[in-house]
Ligand binder design. Sequence first.
Ligand code: SF4
Length: 328
Amino acid sequence: MTVKIGIPRALAYYAYYPFWKEFFEKLGLETVISQLTTKQVLDNGIKEAVTDACVPVKLFHGHVLDLKDKADYIFIPRLVSINKEDSVTFCPKFLGLPNMIKASIAGLPPLLDVRVDLKKGKGELFRICYRVGKKFGAGIWNVIQAFRSGLKTQDRYQSLLNQQYTPVEALRIIDGGEEAPLNSSEQDLRFAVLGFPYTIYDKFVNVDILNKLRKLGIKVLTAEMVPPQILLQQAKKVPKNLFWNFSNQVLRAALYYLDNNKVDGIIHVTAFGCGPDAMVDKLIELEAKQRGKVPFMSITIDEQTGEAGLMTRIEAFVDMLTLRREMS
Ligand code: SF4
């Protein structure tokens, strides 16, 4: 019987899933993803997680629970760093994620909790994959092929993001869906909607803000749509790097959109209970104020986020920017 690897549809899923799915499947393993987020998934996570955890971590617990009886292993890597920039790591919640899950949820299948710390040097990702492959009886050639195929799939994913598909759309295309043309006119208002991928692309948790904006005729741009090398260049604009990987990505995307005349407004979606977000939010607000050209709005999501209140604020922001454009 094929071994099933469960992958929670939360946290790093939106960033690195294409690589791992392809890698596992090329090793001859089956991947099972947890269901889309629902109120039940979130409520289950809230019950299991420590009370002061941020919403995305609570949600992660719910997704792990969803996989409890569906998989032979659950893949929860300990993400430490994925690039070689000094001092940049994932937030402490990512670093302790496997321990947190083991301590909170009883009766889970074994966790595949590989430590991913790519600062250790060239070839580290392959060494991690080799150890995983070996665990499941794969030979070196099988691992090499699976690894190359994983990298290729991740590259294709990144190139779809650069063409301004969202991760959800890009994943659908990678799974064989059609590459639908992305239409927008020069007249459309353009908003950068920035935040961690797991808050921006989980439709349930952010009450589907991206599609709501699109329905209002807004062209939506996100941090993932800026090529990584351009994001890296933005680092020179701030005196110091932030410590956390996704926070740097959000701040750098904000600087890029602010300085390149690409957007009419910026919405920062923050997660309640997130320490790093509080800092990033303030920094974006200050950078936007200093430049004085692009209005900025911040939205905080939590377990209770209600659609009506959020929509009132978004519609007011859209109205204000529409008026601004008409008067310019
Ligand atoms: S960065 Fe913030 S939202 Fe993300 S896991 Fe850490 S504390 Fe939670």
